[in-house]
Design a protein. Structure first.
Length: 385
């Protein structure tokens, strides 16, 4: 039996995570800026439109990469002063800390800040993360066999900072600096042929500068029913920036949402993660996870590039319950001639939704995905895209 436990008396914060990449990886934080469940106290606090305060909540999730995962979060939220000529009040800013621990002895500590400057002319973000993470490496490529599995442990410290300017409503352009120091990498079989010519097996520093352009026209960033989201980013990692690895990274995400009526939504998601140069294996593109190609563990397939697309049908059933059906295609590759119908990763499945917060449409998510020789269960909150 899979059980999700989330306790909260959180006030109603509006989740606005524009410029936050949707790809779940070693560099991207888990963001909870919403009340996870509604309570009378939360509704009362929300009605008061508080300018600042503190909230906390424990949680339990399940994913194939981590097994059972539990932890807690704390958030201090505040609102900066708005100019009298600005039509809307500046949105809430927050500083957030998260602690996670899994039954696979994986520990993850995060500290993040999302600050809307007065009149929302700029958004400033900071993110720090420390992970002790036992994991499995199957080699590089889209056809690596299960017997390649090499167990290893590693530590990683991450520090990212960004500043984005609002060009128009829902349109942002920003700069981001990313730093990641990977160390104490310890493979059970360090002489394995699977590790031959693999970049980054001894650790090192990723240090890169990037540009992010975002157009966000969704009606709700947590659970959209109409509109679209487009984000393009490019990062350059180079020795001149203090990086041990020299490569560039380009990302593209496009989501489109169609309201079919009668509480039915059709959502599409297309993702590209492209690398050139010589990235560390930990920062290569990956196929799978809780967001796209659900059924494959995120650590199972990796290479320089990933391209994938998926479609999801969402339908309200009754009261707070809903269901989804999803299907997707995608794969990792070095060069395009490595893509083939015999190897492409597919995923399809069904999911149950329980609305935890009706005002912000925040859902508990239980998904069961089936892929090529792979099946997985995911228990978490928020939609896949």
């Amino acid at each position: 039996m899979v059980v999700l436990v989330v306790l909260s008396v959180l006030p109603n914060l509006v989740a606005q995570d524009t410029l936050q990449s949707e790809k779940d990886s070693v560099i991207n934080p888990r963001i909870y800026t919403l009340p996870l469940v509604e309570t009378k106290e939360a509704e009362s606090l929300g009605a008061q439109n508080k300018k600042n305060g503190f909230l906390a909540s424990p949680f339990v999730f399940f994913k194939p990469d981590t097994d059972l995962l539990f932890g807690g979060l704390g958030v201090y939220y505040f609102r900066l002063k708005t100019n009298e000529n600005f039509k809307q009040e500046t949105r809430l800013s927050f500083v957030q800390t998260i602690f996670e621990y899994s039954l696979k002895d994986q520990m993850d500590i995060q500290l993040g800040a999302n600050i809307f400057l007065p009149n929302e002319s700029y958004i400033a973000k900071g993110f720090f993360r420390f992970k002790v993470f036992p994991d499995v490496f199957y080699g590089v490529g889209n056809n690596t066999p299960d017997e390649n599995a090499e167990h290893y442990n590693h530590n990683i410290f991450i520090a990212n900072t960004s500043l984005a300017r609002k060009l128009a409503p829902g349109v942002f352009l920003g700069l981001e600096y990313r730093y990641a120091n990977t160390y104490n990498i310890d493979f059970d079989e360090p002489t394995s042929e699977v590790l031959d010519n693999v970049t980054g097996i001894n650790g090192g520093v990723n240090s890169g500068l990037g540009l992010i352009f975002t157009i966000d026209k969704r009606d709700n960033v947590v659970n959209a029913t109409k509109g679209y989201f487009l984000e393009f980013s490019k990062y350059v990692y180079a020795p001149k920036l203090g990086s041990s690895f020299s490569f560039s990274n380009v990302n593209l995400t496009f989501n489109k949402y169609f309201d079919l009526g009668k509480k039915q939504i059709l959502a599409t998601n297309t993702v590209a993660n492209l690398n050139s140069g010589d990235p560390s294996f930990l920062f290569m593109a990956q196929a799978g996870g809780e967001r796209i190609l659900r059924s494959y563990p995120m650590n199972r397939f990796r290479d320089k590039n990933f391209v994938g697309t998926q479609v999801e049908y969402r339908r309200h059933l009754f009261w707070r319950f809903g269901m989804v059906g999803f299907a997707g295609l995608g794969d990792v590759f070095d060069t395009t001639d490595q893509l083939s119908w015999q190897r492409v990763k597919y995923s399809y499945g069904l999911g149950l939704r329980v609305m935890l917060n009706r005002q912000e449409r925040l859902n508990f998510r239980l998904d069961y995905g089936i892929g090529r020789d792979s099946r997985s269960v995911y228990v978490t909150v928020t939609e896949a895209f």
